[in-house]
Design a protein around this ligand. Structure first.
Ligand code: HEC
Ligand code: HEC
Ligand code: HEC
Ligand code: HEC
Length: 449
């Protein structure tokens, strides 16, 4: 990404501007060692560009499923606020019951390195002397007491959001955009900062492991907290456009996003199935869960698309977080293939965008329960500009009359959400009666050109 290449020049420049120029070189070095230690604390294997160890961590807490990418990270045991079981991570999913590192503030770095090499940690096998010394510098010199700047119960940064606007607009908005939503690889910043202010502040101070974001710990802490307070006021992703885009991604995410799809079949796709479905199509949500969202209990119960996989209807109302966890799980493996923004849009679609298609379409006859006659005029005004009066004008697809008669579920899904990668408008705003009427009319159109 082009942003990455600007980092080396950007960071010193920004710091020089905001600090009113540099201190002694030695202080700079310690600061950058502390910040790197902070990034290692967050995700050391990412920072050094290695895979997480497969071996179990010697101290990983019982009662948690062991996942190396999780339990080798310092932060998972000691918390984003550095207080372990006595801080903001005393309860909840991230609870580990392990003490914090705040007792080691000001300790001799050599002593901390010794702890990291000890039998309870075993990091000597994976990290070199520089890494260990950066981590020790962070532990000894880099911790702040987050409880003095973030209200633990309300999760609110105790800063001046007006004042924070300046720092956000000058430094952060370049990458994140004015609304905090420009980067598709990051969640909307406002949501993220409201949910996890401790993680946000840690990232603001130290940057991201192996990332392009500049560490800002050289700045006055008050300014950083002001910026965090401002970020917590940024808007969430506009819900309706997210649901609609999620619907298009559900249909065909690689067409909608232009991203790469693996060439071979999805590992969860039943082996030995007929070759009626091309391998990359098996990566589309609709291929396993259906255009009617009912999987094996819906229209994909039989025929060439049959897979025996269940539907997703029951996920209406589920939290974004729980759905995104499913999409990243061992069955689905979409984590590396789609950016956060896309996963979020799909989650919003599942949570808020599913309808019961059995109410609109008769499964046996494929007829749409709509008043074709009444809504012909709607078709001629809204659809005919592109599809033509008789639905045969878009040359890249078969006549609309045939498409809507053969697979009305797909037509309805596309009518509600738009067509992946094409300019067709999404018409979710229209009443169901109107949509069904328009679709019923399209079923009366010629099936041949
Ligand atoms: C899987 C859990 C786990 C991970 C990951 C982990 N630690 Fe620890 N850490 C512990 C346990 C357990 C102790 C001992 C706590 C006790 O004495 O109660 C400890 C103790 C410490 C202490 C001493 C705290 C004190 O006041 O005595 C420091 C410092 C520390 N860890 C730093 C780190 C750093 C830095 C990393 C990442 C490189 C890390 N830990 C990763 C579990 C973990
Ligand atoms: C040079 C580009 C760049 C700048 C400038 C930048 N960021 Fe980021 N930020 C990123 C990228 C890229 C990500 C996505 C995560 C990653 O890098 O792995 C991100 C993610 C984040 C996250 C989310 C999650 C996380 O993992 O911590 C927060 C919070 C954040 N940035 C805050 C800020 C703030 C506050 C500023 C300004 C002080 C800022 N960023 C400036 C590029 C930038
Ligand atoms: C290759 C097949 C396949 C694809 C593609 C697929 N899934 Fe799944 N999905 C499964 C299987 C298998 C399960 C487990 C449930 C079952 O066995 O019936 C599942 C379960 C789910 C569940 C429910 C989890 C639970 O435990 O109840 C959700 C939600 C879900 N998938 C959403 C999606 C979304 C959204 C997409 C597209 C981004 C997608 N899936 C793509 C195969 C697939
Ligand atoms: C701005 C132009 C435009 C408008 C307006 C438009 N469409 Fe489309 N429509 C398209 C394009 C482009 C495609 C995709 C053709 C392709 O797949 O190559 C499409 C595809 C479709 C499909 C096929 C979806 C599928 O893959 O099964 C249906 C059904 C459809 N449109 C119905 C309608 C209806 C009904 C209306 C009016 C309510 C409408 N369209 C309005 C441009 C438009």
């Amino acid at each position: 990404m082009s942003i990455g290449s600007t980092r080396p020049r950007l960071v010193p420049l920004l710091l020089a501007i905001v600090l009113g120029l540099t201190g002694p070189a030695a202080a700079d070095e310690v600061l950058s060692s502390i910040a790197r230690g902070g990034r290692l604390y967050d995700g050391w294997f990412k920072e050094i560009g290695e895979a997480p160890p497969v071996a179990s961590h010697p101290s990983y807490p019982t009662g948690h499923e062991f996942r190396p990418e999780r339990f080798w990270r310092c932060v998972e045991c000691h918390g984003w606020d550095y207080k372990g079981k006595d801080g903001a991570f005393a309860e909840g999913d991230l609870r580990t019951g392990i003490k914090g590192i705040d007792g080691m503030k000001g300790a001799e770095p050599a002593k901390i390195v010794e702890i990291l090499r000890d039998a309870r940690h075993g990091y000597g096998d994976y990290l070199n002397d520089t890494d260990l010394s950066d981590l020790a510098n962070f532990v000894a010199l880099g911790q702040i007491d987050m409880s003095t700047v973030i209200d633990p119960a309300k999760r609110l940064a105790q800063g001046d959001k007006e004042a924070g606007t300046v720092l956000y607009q000058t430094i952060c908005a370049n990458c994140h955009g004015n609304d905090g939503q420009q980067l598709i690889d990051a969640p909307p910043l406002g949501d993220f900062a409201r949910e996890n202010p401790w993680h946000s502040l840690h990232s603001i101070m130290n940057g991201h492991p192996n990332g392009s974001m500049p560490p800002l710990r050289a700045l006055d802490m008050r300014k950083l907290v002001d910026a965090l307070a401002y970020i917590q006021t940024l808007t969430t992703r506009e819900p309706m456009s997210s649901v609609l885009r999620g619907g298009r991604l559900y249909d065909n995410w690689y067409k909608e996003s232009g991203r790469q799809v693996p060439a071979g079949p999805h590992p969860a796709y039943p082996v030995g199935k007929s070759s009626a479905v091309e391998p990359r199509s098996t990566w589309r949500c609709k291929e396993c869960h259906g255009y009617d969202y009912k999987g094996k209990d819906g229209t994909y119960a039989e025929g060439p698309h049959r897979t025996g996989i269940s539907g997703v209807m029951s996920w209406t109302g589920a939290t974004q977080k729980s759905i995104i966890a499913v999409l990243k799980d061992q069955t689905h493996r979409f984590g590396g293939l789609m950016p956060e923004r896309d996963l979020l849009d799909i989650a919003n679609f599942l949570s808020r965008g599913l309808i019961d298609m059995d109410l609109a379409i008769d499964r046996a006859t494929k007829r749409i329960n709509g008043d074709a006659h009444k809504y012909e005029a709607h078709f001629q005004t809204i659809c005919a500009t592109c599809h033509g009066k008789d639905g045969t004008m878009v040359r890249t697809m078969p006549p609309l009359g045939r498409v809507a008669s053969e697979d009305p579920w797909r037509s309805l899904h596309n009518l509600l959400n738009g067509h992946p990668g094409d300019p067709m408008p999404a018409l979710r705003a229209l009443d169901a009666e109107i949509l069904n009427g328009i679709l019923a009319f399209t079923q009366t159109l010629p099936t041949r050109r």
